[in-house]
Write a protein that binds this ligand. Structure first.
Ligand code: ZN
Length: 389
């Protein structure tokens, strides 16, 4: 660990900002409601991506990678000409809304900034961003997508009579898309594999997962390797930093594939958890940079940056980031605290900025090569938060 980083991490969290991070009232885990006022919806996303593409004068390219069950396009925006690919998705869970805002803001900057530093990033990195991945879920402000089991069987007749997949919610009529991935990128759904479970890979049943898998394979064919993948989430419950009492702004994570000494994935030699931890640490450093102190002093900007633990039961190969990591991509999860319905404008702006800063932290360190000099185990210096195992 470098001295600078040690100093930074020694002050493991920033002091709470007055009114922004300390009040329990800001931290309620409210049930999902239809209210998404103030957040970018699908119609606004289309307009915004169109504007970003036009004003970028060719720097940003927007395309559709597929359609949801309700016929919405799943848009990907691509910017940069570097040979290192960073793939990012937001709103794989449709009620987790800071990610799209952060990605749109980053795309605006990368698409139109004349700053030489930004130009340098774009020479070394190609960003492919999907700002609103589970559009149908997002439009209903629900975690799951929309894909009734009868429609699944119509699309995959070989599943007639099989039990619905474990990640299907019959009441909602949709899937947790982030359990629908499989490290076998050629996998096709088979009745004998259903219903499955969280310790097993998913089935590529949903349009969303199939579209992202196809994009991943295309990028791998084009670039030889997909360097990194980031998935942007919210954690729902509002936790406090261990031993500290202030609230978590964001928790970062490397792939949840059981304990670090697990041998379950020995058949996947491309998995490199240490490398994923470097990328997660790069995100944390980007957040610290944004806090503007760099010396570990308390910041008026945001609260705690923490990490997840990896007990035996956190073994989720069906998550997109797990499946891609088993194929050799470094992957990072951002989980922003709380549910956005409980937030005021100030908190919305702050948490969106934290997410964007984390993405910039990764892009910057990929572009200048410093991620190669990092020690992924320094990630363990981040505090955990007070969750019940
Ligand atoms: Zn989520």
């Amino acid at each position: 660990m470098t001295l600078g980083l040690a100093a930074l991490l020694g002050m493991s969290v920033f002091a709470p900002a007055a009114g922004a991070q300390s009040a329990e009232a800001d931290c309620r885990n409210l049930p999902t409601t239809p209210s998404t006022s103030g957040w970018t919806d699908y119609a606004q996303l289309e307009k915004e991506l169109d504007r970003i593409e036009r004003t970028s004068r060719g720097r940003v390219e927007v395309s559709s990678i597929g359609q949801t069950q309700l016929g919405h396009e799943i848009y990907a925006a691509r910017v940069g000409s570097g040979d290192q690919v960073l793939l990012v998705t937001a709103e794989i869970h449709g009620n987790e809304k800071t990610g799209p805002e952060a990605l749109l803001s980053l795309l605006k900057t990368l698409g139109s900034s004349g700053n030489p530093q930004v130009q340098a990033w774009l020479e070394d990195v190609t960003l492919v961003a999907i700002p609103k991945f589970n559009v149908d879920g997002a439009e209903r402000n629900q975690r799951q997508n929309v894909f009734p089991w009868a429609d699944v069987v119509e699309q995959f007749p070989q599943l007639e009579g099989a039990a619905p997949a474990w990640n299907y919610n019959a009441r909602i009529g949709g899937f947790d898309v982030n359990r629908d991935f499989n490290p076998d990128l050629d996998y096709e759904p088979r009745a004998e594999d259903l219903p499955g479970g969280n310790l097993e890979p998913g089935f590529y049943l949903t349009n969303e997962a199939r579209a992202l898998r196809d994009l991943y394979v295309e990028l791998r064919d084009e670039f030889g390797h997909v360097e990194a993948y980031v998935d942007l989430h919210h954690m729902g419950p509002c936790n406090q930093v261990d031993g500290d009492g202030q609230y978590v702004s964001v928790a970062l994570d490397y792939p949840p594939l059981g304990p670090d000494d697990s041998d379950k994935y020995d058949a996947w030699p491309a998995l490199d958890q240490e490398r994923s931890r470097r990328y997660a640490l790069a995100a944390a450093e980007g957040m610290f940079d944004k806090a503007g102190n760099g010396n570990g002093q308390s910041s008026p900007f945001f609260g705690g940056v923490t990490r997840y633990l990896h007990p035996e039961w956190r073994d989720l190969p069906g998550q997109a980031r797990s499946s891609f990591a088993l194929n050799g991509t470094s992957t990072v999860l951002f989980e922003v605290r709380g549910q956005q319905q409980a937030w005021g404008q100030k908190q919305k702006g702050m948490l969106t900025a934290v997410v964007e800063a984390g993405l910039v932290g990764i892009v910057e360190r990929m572009a200048d090569g410093s991620i190669e000099q990092m020690d992924g185990d320094d990630f363990y210096e981040l505090p955990t938060y007070g969750w019940d195992q």
